[in-house]
Design a protein around this ligand. Structure first.
Ligand code: 0RA
Length: 649
């Protein structure tokens, strides 16, 4: 917890500032979401967002992020530099005000169109409050200024330290490790966000450099720069999907005073992958901008198809969903005063945005269809195919639900259910293979742990049409065991989790290649058809040990090579290490039920990895690549990630 701040030496203005900083340190989660990996990375986004604003205002072109040894972060930009003159009302340097007063960030510059800002949009003063050390350096009007802070408290007045011909701002900070329970920055997490930001804000150069390197090794560095914005984003997202039209449909401009940028492409797949952003924030729950897009798309395509007589022979009506099957799209709007709603505050509520996006899509798509009759026909054919398949899928889906209702409780025969009916404490293990399923069943605590064995490889839903999914027994078993259904009162495709029977859904597969393939197949199913479970944090991965190291009656389980080496040394107690026996567990089946309980299932001793969704766009890209048709990018990914494979989708 944060140390109490001694306020006896400060004046009234300063006391207000101190109380602000203290509030952030007392309830950090209220300001940055959490104090785990997410919050830690959020600090970087908060600082970068300020530089992005400066770039969007037309004053900066380059933003550089460095991960420094010791997991400090440095962010530099070549903008105008935070003003350093005395702020009349506050009677101290504007820089100090920006860095220490909550929500002070944009107040000086009314002309700047300030719209970026992280999910919590709390400003750099929060980062300052949560940093054990922070240094701001400003290059402005030929001079260099600096100020340093500890836990947000200035250590001296802003001082001039030299001359320069550069312009810009540099913020270097070290997160306070008494506040965050993790301290290590992930290059991949940061690079995914910077990549996303570069597509969302074209013509800005963003670089990420990892300086946490051993002596003599080159730092890892990546440059993100997009000239074509969302058009390139779509090309990236769909790089392994088979395209229906040669180029994404793209438009940007201002509609009804709202900047709107949209790009989309149709591919030969069956899922809808629509990613939406408001002020660079991923609105995972959608909202009015998404509704406007759907409306505009359906109306424009339907009008075109009717006008051209392409639907004459169709026996079913076409639904809105049919127009979006195999569609990959990104919508980005900039809204001055966004209202965020929904469970995770990522659903846009502003009604005026719906019309703006609707009109934008209508115009861009209308023009496109008129100018590209060949592509237009391919899109309409795709829609007709989707409508036809949907009819088949609905029958299959209804059958699943009817079957569920008929057989009493309707639970699959292979499920060994737990006795508790309180979803909050109940867990279900999805186990690879009947034999490991048997072991898990013996080892479990039957009060709250259920076991569902899965036979071999489940269907790859990335490549299958929807009705195949409901016809697949393994997948049906999962739906019924979990107690989830597709279709709610309002939305035929939304997942209904009102009757979810377990709040921990744990994927337990062997620690070998097949096991990781099966795990990816199951995760693909969750990501494409039960995303709400992922978003709600209900999906976990079990981590069985890789080794048991044994000597006489003593033994240790090990999850990493380091642990194994350590265990050999400890158990050998100075004797010849060859007297220690090392067993490599390739499969769950090599453990007996007691071992499986001790290492992998006992809540007191196991480690579960929660599957999170930092970036839906990146997850979309990775799943389409891993599970799609093209081999080379998949091989490349696996080779690159094999050594430190983590399923942080
Ligand atoms: C307020 C006014 C002005 C610049 C900035 C803020 C500014 C803030 C940050 C944060 C990171 N990089 C930044 N760059 C600029 C400019 C006022 C003026 O020069 O007229």
């Amino acid at each position: 917890m944060s140390e109490a701040i001694d306020k006896s030496n400060y004046g009234a203005d300063n006391i207000q500032v101190l109380e602000g900083l203290e509030a952030v340190r007392k309830r950090p989660a209220m300001y940055i979401g959490d104090v785990g990996p997410r919050g830690l990375h959020h600090l970087v986004y908060e600082v970068v967002d300020n530089s992005i604003d400066e770039a969007l205002a037309g004053h900066a072109k380059n933003i550089e992020v460095f991960i420094l040894p010791g997991n400090s972060i440095k962010v530099t930009d070549d903008g105008r530099g935070i003003p350093t003159g005395i702020h009349a009302k506050e009677n101290r340097s504007a820089l100090e005000v920006v860095m220490t007063v909550l929500h002070a960030g944009g107040k000086f510059d009314k002309d700047t169109y300030k719209v970026s800002g992280g999910l919590h949009g709390v400003g750099v003063s929060c980062v300052n409050a949560l940093s054990i050390d922070l240094k701001a350096t400003v290059y402005r009007e030929g001079k260099v200024f600096e100020q340093e802070y500890k836990c947000g408290i200035p250590q001296y007045d802003v001082r001039e330290i030299g001359t320069t011909d550069k312009r810009g701002t540099t913020i270097e900070f070290t997160p306070d490790n008494t506040i965050f329970y993790v301290s290590e920055y992930s290059f991949d997490t940061l690079s995914n966000r910077l990549r996303e930001l570069s597509y969302l804000n074209k013509n800005i150069k963003l670089t990420l450099t990892d300086l946490r390197v051993e002596e003599g090794k080159e730092p890892r560095t990546e440059l993100f720069y997009s000239e074509l914005g969302l058009k390139e984003f779509i090309t990236y997202l769909d790089s392994t999907r088979e395209k229906i039209i040669p180029e994404p449909i793209y438009a940007e401009g201002e509609k009804q005073g709202i900047p709107v940028e949209i790009a989309f492409q149709y591919n030969s797949g069956y899922s809808e992958n629509l990613h939406s952003y408001v002020n660079n924030i991923n609105t995972i729950e959608g909202g009015t901008h998404v509704a406007g897009f759907r409306r505009g798309l359906t109306r424009t395509l339907k009008n075109y198809a009717d006008k051209e007589g392409l639907l004459k022979n169709l026996k079913f009506e076409i639904s809105g969903d049919d127009f979006r099957e195999g569609l990959t799209g990104v919508i980005s709007v900039k809204v001055q005063e966004p209202q965020f709603e929904g469970q995770t505050k990522t659903k846009l509520g502003n009604n005026e945005v719906m019309g703006a996006v609707d009109v934008a899509v209508g115009e861009m798509l209308g023009n496109y269809l008129e100018e590209h009759p060949k592509e237009a026909k391919m899109i309409v054919n795709k829609v007709i195919l989707a409508a036809t398949a949907r009819h088949a899928a609905r029958k299959a889906r209804e059958m699943v639900q009817r079957k569920g209702a008929m057989s009493g409780m309707g639970l699959p025969g292979k499920l060994s259910d737990c006795s508790s009916t309180d979803p909050k404490i109940c867990e279900i293990y999805l186990v690879e293979g009947d034999s490991a399923g048997g072991t898990a069943k013996q080892g479990r605590d039957r009060v709250y742990q259920a076991i569902l064995p899965l036979r071999g490889k489940i269907l790859n839903v990335e490549k299958a049409m929807e009705h195949k999914i409901y016809e697949n027994e393994e997948i049906r078993n999962m739906f019924t065991a979990l107690g989830v259904k597709i279709g709610t009162e309002n939305d035929a495709k939304e997942l209904n989790i009102d009757s979810l029977r377990y709040h921990k859904i744990i994927i337990m597969t062997d620690a070998d290649i097949d096991g990781s393939h099966i795990r990816t197949l199951i995760l693909t199913l969750f990501f494409r058809y039960m995303k709400k479970l992922v978003e709600s944090g209900y999906i976990y991965i079990a981590t069985p040990p890789l080794y048991q190291v044994k000597k006489g009656n003593n033994s240790k389980y090990c999850w990493t090579e380091d642990q194994r080496e350590q265990a050999v040394i400890e158990l050998a107690k100075g004797a010849n290490p060859d007297t220690v026996n090392i067993q490599r567990y390739k499969g769950l089946g090599e453990m007996n039920f007691e071992q499986l309980w001790e290492t992998t299932m006992d809540p007191a001793r196991r480690t579960l990895k929660q599957v999170t969704l930092d970036s839906a766009a990146e997850a979309d890209h990775v799943f389409s690549m891993l599970m799609g048709d093209e081999v080379p990018p998949r091989r490349e990914f696996i080779e690159k990630n094999a050594k430190y494979a983590k399923i942080d989708i």
